[in-house]
Each structure stands twice: as structure tokens, then as C-alpha cells.
Design a protein around this ligand. Sequence first.
Ligand SMILES: [Zn+2]
Length: 483
Amino acid sequence: MQLQSLGAAGTVTGSAHLLTVGGKQYLIDCGLFQGDAALEARNTEPFPFEVAALRAVLLTHAHLDHVGRLPLLVKRGYRGSIYCTPPTLKLAETVLLDSARLQLEGYKQDLQKARRMGQEHEVPQPLYDEEDVYRTVALMRPLLEFGQTLTLEKLNIRPERAGHILGSAYLVTDTPEGRVIFSGDLGNRESGLQQDFTPPPEADAVVIETTYANRTHRPLPETLQEFANALRESIPLGGKILIPSFAIERAQTILYVLKQMMDSGEVPRVPVFLDSPMAARATHEYFEYGDELISEVRQILHDGEDPFWPSTLHVVTSSQESQRINRYTGAAIILAGNGMMSGGRIQHHLKHQLWKPSTSLVVVSYQSPSSIGGQIVSGASHVHVLGEDIAVRAHIHTIGGFSAHADQDDLLSWLSTTGQAHIWTVHGEVAVMNSFIDLLATQGRTAERMPVRGAVDLLTTHFPQGRPFGEVQMAQHARMSDE
Ligand SMILES: [Zn+2]
């Protein structure tokens, strides 16, 4: 039983793991690398296995960094099944179509620039197009149900609730050699919409994400208080309140919270514009599969209401309509993508509103330091948006607690029921993984980083590129002598 990481070992994107059991190969997730040019160049690399011979693909959830290379796999000859939960199928279709559209737009812009320099032959083609996405969706089988076992030859796969986004699962895989659990992305137990993850069973090995393994999220009640305060301060200014938001999970959380706060009178009712077609489609799926969410959401649904529809909501579809919002006078909340303000319709709103002192920018998502959002939250006086230098005169509110990812406490809690399973860390920065491995050692757990290249035998403890085994043993020993 071998595992080879094809992404997300030593980085937080591009999740893809090739599992070999009984001579057959299975791919767990097939995510896109996102970030700088060097990282994104890895998307074009050939898959290090015979694509047509792959037995099956298993998905944990629909985020682009877990599904974004699927159409490329299909374009390169994969014709087998892609197994996922029913909501993951719906969300993945939305995510992949958006990705194909963005790639095409980016390609056209690059081509235009390159033509002016006479270098049009050097512009790389999009990785895939909408046709490839539709071919991919046709291979998707929504047969993974929480708690139910799917058998593929010698592999039994049981998805369990991961509590990260709608439809997200971790996968318990049983083979004749032992049990391995793939965490996918695990959820924040105070996420606001998702039920908590199901505690995993004991296993021989676990492959766990470590995105936020070095931090603890602010408690949800404090986050909600901060959010309400930001809105109460912003609304009397009479300007636009911009909330840049990721289309999946964050947009729905914000819509749900806005509805709650406006219905209870905690926040005055003002128009809310959802200016993201992708978020609108995803919100429809959250409504459709609302029974998967926390009991408060289920109760609203059972009362015949839409939990994601504040009474003042306008869903904006066309880009003309989006531009017309700028002419609307008076306070209004605008939710638009993308979350880091590095693209999408939020940029038009930044260009038209960010320089006005009556505007408020309420940041509810992580901002990478180099993104436009990152520059704004770190205090830039001007930012470059859509070819113009825009003064930052808006009021900036940064709300840090709305994460969909497990924090350190969540990860430790999830691991606590896995017995003495050997732990392989993925999907995290190297320094974060190393400190988490140290922490686990103090708790008597053995853990190592999944190597970036090359396969490992999941069930034998050798440390090819991770930490030397002796160090872990010593840390364990030190703890035992303390006791
Ligand atoms: Zn995710």
C-alpha cells in the first residue's frame, strides 16, 4: 500500500494523492496549484502515472485546490469514475466552470498584451475549457454518502463528515493491509454553518491537513459581535459597505448572519447586493442541501424560510447590473468576489468606492500579504486596481474569525480518536507542519511530513524526508519522564 503525494506536500494547494492498493491506483483529490507563477507552473506537469489506467478518483470536497486539475486529467485521457458526495458534485461543477472561464479570460488578456509585443506564440493555452469541464462532470458519481461504505475491489471507502464546507468529507479507507484516513480539509467547529466533524475511528495511519495547525481561531460569538459592530458603525456613514467574499461557504455564512442580525434588529435593514454569480449558484446548493447544516439552519428551512435570504437581498447577475449598483445612493452592503480582492467584481466596487470616506470595507477572509486585500489591511494609502491608483480613504474593518478551516485545537481533537495511527502531515507550510509535529510528539504521537516527491509506504514508519525518527522518540521519552 503506497502513497505518493502529487501536490499539497509542503504547500497549501494542489491536493492530489495517488494511492496504490493491490496493484490498482486511486487518486484522492486532484487540486489546482494556486499562488505564484512557479507554483502554478506545476499544473502543467504530466501526471506521474498512466492516466487511462487509473482505477478511480475519490474527492473530499469541491474547493478548487482539491478538484481544479480534474478536467485536465479527463483531457489527458481519464475515462473512469470520480466518486464524491452529492453536494460536492454540484459545487465542483460551479467551481470548475468558473475556473475554465477565468482561465479563458486570463488567456485572452495575456494574448492581447503579447500581440502588441509580437510574442503571441509564447502565451500558454488555458489548462482546459468548459467542454472539458462538462466531460468531467459526466464522470462524477455522487455515490459517497456519510457513514456508508463504497467497495472498489480491495478498497473499502467510507466518507465521514468533515465539517469544512457543504458536502466535505474525510475518507476512511480499509485495505487488506490496514486502515488509512485521508482528512481532506477539516472544518472549524465554530464555523457558523457546518455541523462538527464526526470523530474518526482508530486507524493505522492518517494523512492530515495542517493549514492552521499553528493557530487558534477567535471564538465565533466574539467574531459575530465584531461583525455587527462594524456594520453598526458603517451604516450611518451612508456609503457602500463592501464585503469581499469567497463564493463558497463564506458568502453563505455572511448572508445567514446578515439575515439573523437584520431580523433580530441587531443591525439596521439596508439593501444587500450579492454581486457574484458563482456565490449565487453555490448559495442555491446550500439551500438545496440545507439539511446537512447546523440545526438552526435546518429549523429555518423547516419553517418554510430561506436562511440565506435577508429580506433586503438583491441577487445581481449581469455585469451591467453590477455597475449600476455604484449609482445607488445611500447605505448598502455589497458582497462580491473574489475574497482577496485580486480579481472579480469586487475590483469595480473598490475602484468606485474605496477613495470615499463614507465607504466601509469589511474584510472577512484571509488576505495573502501580496494581494490587493493584503495591502489594504496592512495600511496602504493607495492601491493599484484595474489600472488605476486608488486612494484608500474607506474605513477598514478586519474580522478574523470566520475561518472554514480547523485550527490547532480542532486538529488535535480530530486526531484524538485515531488511536496510535501514524500521522502524515500535508496541506500546510513546512514550518507550520514542523511545529505541529513537535507538538504531537509531546503528546506521544509519531508524525512526519509527507514527502514532496516520491512514494511512501503508508503503514511502515520510515522517515524518508521528514523528521529523523530519533528526534521524535526523544521528545516522546522526555514527556514520559515528566510523567
Ligand atoms: Zn477546502
